[in-house]
Design a protein around this ligand. Structure first.
Ligand code: CO
Length: 631
């Protein structure tokens, strides 16, 4: 019996599938294995937070609160943990204190025992309120320090040196942390640096230490071992089917390696192997979300671009949506430059999405031609203080017409307005919070949940690749799920000349009704207009017309009219102008939410606003005409 076993937090149901399968794992595929996981002997299971909240409501049509309550009921013995982004909670901007308080209290009520709270800038001001709320709820407060490196790739250098981490840890301990986590979201922590860092932290703080790392660079298993040698109390691991790649180190080899020693984890290998077998059976149907454009399961360049686990798969799918996946390398090269301009923020949510999305904009449209709302807020100081200096050109450009410089804790209360906005369908605090966090996609989800809108096809369950074969042969039986079948079409993946196509099978015409669309199409944000329909005998996607308005009609642009088109698929959030208004080149015309960011589209010319084409709230395709300017 080990005298000082390493405590294991299993991340399979949260960070594991968030990192390698874009957070798409559905509750229905967790429930059968949850009791086995509960019995495996994990010291904690991370099951919620991070991107779960966003993806369940945005893509899966699933209530995140119900997921948590269900897992709590099925996992009564193992403490459940969640990842909370400080003042940003599980969203991408800072929320008012009343939303923070209510969200933490409700999460605790619904089943969270351990709150891992971090701020992307490691700014204590941004975790203070959430930390108070966690302590107020009587739950375990784990404050996490985001591990980042300056440019040299190692511990040390101008900003992210040993003193930096030791002083953060001391600050967090003084704030009442029950434990402290080193959160290495990019897989940047090298094994010997981990030894140095953890040994020094052990001498500096008294509370237990946890290591959360990602395998991205290939170092994480070695890093975990060195951290264990240095005396770390706990590490995060994942079950093999979702481990490695951009996710956590696998639990299995760690158990083998530590077997018989005094730090052997008290985890049942037998149960873990049962869990592995289960996911090997269940996960293949999610394969299309697996980032598999390369053969390597590691990314040796991560030390340059520092993209964390979940971000890489998002980045690829975002570029694919913009028909620009071929520019991924350019974007990866642009990210360090954008990060330098932003004052070296750690690349973790939301700063990773922000930096990544801005780098995408910089590559696709020219540097800082299209600046996201989040970057505007960041430069205005709304996210806190970065370790380095923001590039003066960027600051001048963005702050030129804005004097906004508010801090998060000065945000006016938001909860009452959220209650009003959803009052016509619900008074449930969980629904109110869903809306408060995600006004646009949250509202769409709540309308579906409360029966005001039907659930879109793309939110329905995934099907297994095995069924794709039967779809091509004799598609008579559906056996992937016990859920009641609706009369809706079903989708399958098929491969034609090595290219993946999504096949929709209409239930009443299984033999003839195959509609094939390019595999990149089934993004819930993309409207039906992007889906090419072809017959089964000629499985070549029909090229889509380049200019459509939001309804799919072609717009004839006269010579003296300039259209403003959506450079990427997204949701029209608002127009900054009215029809008939005169505008100058560069004036803001329309705000498009894409890649989880608000993007302001400028007028390409001076003139008069002739038409605002798309409806506010509409989902538009790439190249959809949003407005027309007469010049
Ligand atoms: Co992580």
């Amino acid at each position: 019996m080990a005298s000082n076993p390493v405590k294991i937090t299993d991340t399979t149901l949260r960070d594991g599938h968030q990192s390698v399968m874009a957070t798409r794992l559905r509750l229905e595929d967790m429930v059968d294995i949850a009791p086995t996981m509960d019995a495996a002997g994990f010291d904690a299971m991370e099951v919620w937070g991070g991107a779960t909240f966003d993806t369940t409501t945005r893509f899966l049509g699933e209530d995140p609160w119900e997921r948590l309550r269900t897992l709590r009921a099925l996992i009564p013995n193992t403490p459940l943990s969640m990842l909370l982004r400080g003042q940003s909670l599980v969203g991408y901007r800072n929320y008012a204190d009343d939303v923070v308080d209510a969200f933490v209290a409700q999460s605790a009520e619904a089943g969270i025992d351990i709150f891992r709270v971090f701020d992307a800038l490691n700014d204590p001001a941004n975790v203070r309120r959430a930390a108070q709320a966690v302590r107020g709820a009587g739950k375990h407060l784990q404050l996490a320090i985001c591990y980042s490196v300056t440019e040299e790739g190692r511990l040390g250098g101008r900003f992210y040196n040993l003193e930096y981490y030791l002083s953060k840890a001391k600050q967090f301990e003084e704030m009442g942390a029950d434990s402290i986590c080193v959160k290495d979201m990019g897989g940047l922590l090298a094994p010997y640096d981990a030894y140095e860092l953890i040994a020094a932290l052990k001498k500096t703080v008294a509370v237990p230490l946890q290591l959360h790392s990602h395998y991205t660079s290939g170092m994480a298993t070695m890093t975990a071992l060195k951290a264990i040698e240095a005396g770390i109390d706990g590490v995060d691991t994942c079950c093999a089917p979702l481990a490695l790649r951009t996710a956590q180190p696998a639990i299995e080899p760690l158990v083998f390696a530590l077997r018989g020693g005094d730090r052997e984890p008290q985890v049942s290998l037998e149960k873990v192997l049962e869990i592995d077998d289960y996911f090997e059976r269940v996960l293949p149907k999610y394969r299309r979300h697996l980032e598999s454009s390369r053969l390597s399961v590691i990314d040796a360049r991560v030390l340059d671009h520092q993209i964390p686990g979940g971000m890489m798969s998002n980045l690829s799918s975002q570029l694919r949506e913009a028909d620009s996946i071929d520019r991924l390398d350019e974007v990866l090269q642009e990210i360090p430059r954008t990060r330098r301009d932003l004052g070296y923020p750690p690349l973790v949510t939301p700063l990773s999405q922000m930096t990544g999305a801005q780098a995408v904009n910089n590559v696709l449209f020219g540097r800082y031609t299209m600046v996201t709302g989040a970057v505007q807020d960041y430069v205005a100081g709304k996210f806190g203080t970065p370790p380095g200096k923001i590039a003066p050109e960027l600051r001048d450009k963005i702050l030129g017409d804005s004097e906004n410089d508010r801090n998060s804790h000065e945000l006016p209360p938001e909860l009452d307005a959220a209650r009003d906005a959803v009052g016509h369908m619900t008074t449930d605090i969980e629904d109110v919070l869903t809306y408060a966090l995600y006004p646009s996609t949250g509202m769409k989800f709540l309308r579906i949940k409360h029966g005001l809108d039907p659930m879109p096809d793309e939110m329905k369950e995934v099907t297994s690749p095995d069924n794709a074969k039967s779809a091509e042969g004799s598609p008579a039986h559906e056996e992937s799920s016990d859920r009641p079948r609706s009369h809706r079409a079903r989708t399958f993946s098929v491969y034609v000349d090595g290219e993946r196509f999504e096949v929709e099978v209409e239930p009443h015409s299984l033999e003839r009704g195959l509609r094939i669309a390019p595999a990149a199409a089934p993004q819930p944000n993309a409207p039906a207009a992007t889906t090419s329909s072809v017959t089964r005998d000629s499985p070549t996607p029909v090229p889509q017309s380049k200019q459509r308005d939001a309804q799919g009609a072609t717009v004839d642009s006269a010579a003296n009219e300039v259209p403003i088109t959506a450079p990427i698929p997204g949701v029209v959030l608002r127009y900054a102008v009215k029809t008939g208004e005169s505008v100058n080149e560069g004036d803001s015309i329309v705000v498009l939410e894409a890649m989880k960011m608000e993007n302001t589209l400028p007028s390409p010319a001076s003139g008069t606003v002739k038409a605002l084409v798309a409806d506010v709230g509409a989902t538009v395709a790439k190249d959809a005409v949003l407005a027309v300017i007469s010049i």
